[in-house]
Write a new protein. Sequence first.
Length: 211
Amino acid sequence: MIIVLFGKPGAGKGTQAPLLAERLGVRTLATGDVLRAAVRQGTPRGLEAKGFMDRGDLVPDSVILGIVKEELALPAYAPGVILDGVVRTVPQAEGLRDNLADLGRQVDAVLCFDIDNEEIVRRLSGRTVCESCQSPYTGRDAGTACDKCGGKLVRRKDDEPDAIRNRLEVYEKQTAPVFAWYKDHGTRVAQIDAVGSVTDVTARAQSALGR
């Protein structure tokens, strides 16, 4: 299966992706991770992306989706994959559909993690992330060490309350319509209550997939 994880910033997609992947026996693929890997490996598309990044420009959808397509063509992803952060706009959803069709595949399910905006602000305001591996933590001070890689935890500027509310506005305008797009195009979609323990949310997501 190819499963797209979807939802507001701070809804828990990054936490749930590896947990679901482990339960389902598949890999995860996050936009940031695959982009950084392509740049590090010096692939043609990675070098193209690096040019935009070095100029401080946004990497175009066509470049990002091309990198994702190359990755999904690898045998390691044949059993399935969980896509985290890959689809943020309707044009991206359309591009992903076309690229997957070239590989004889399609998005099989979309899980939308649903949570109240004020809970999002509360969560992200108390979040730190590892500056090396980007692992998120709640209730951990900036400057302490990451449990996974030993990197330093930092507080992102876009996790300040005003910035969070702006990100939520952008989500409603640009990203929320993607969920409706998938529904209109016959993809199985499910809204997951993202409030509660991590284990409970994982169980709800797995149940929605019928696994």
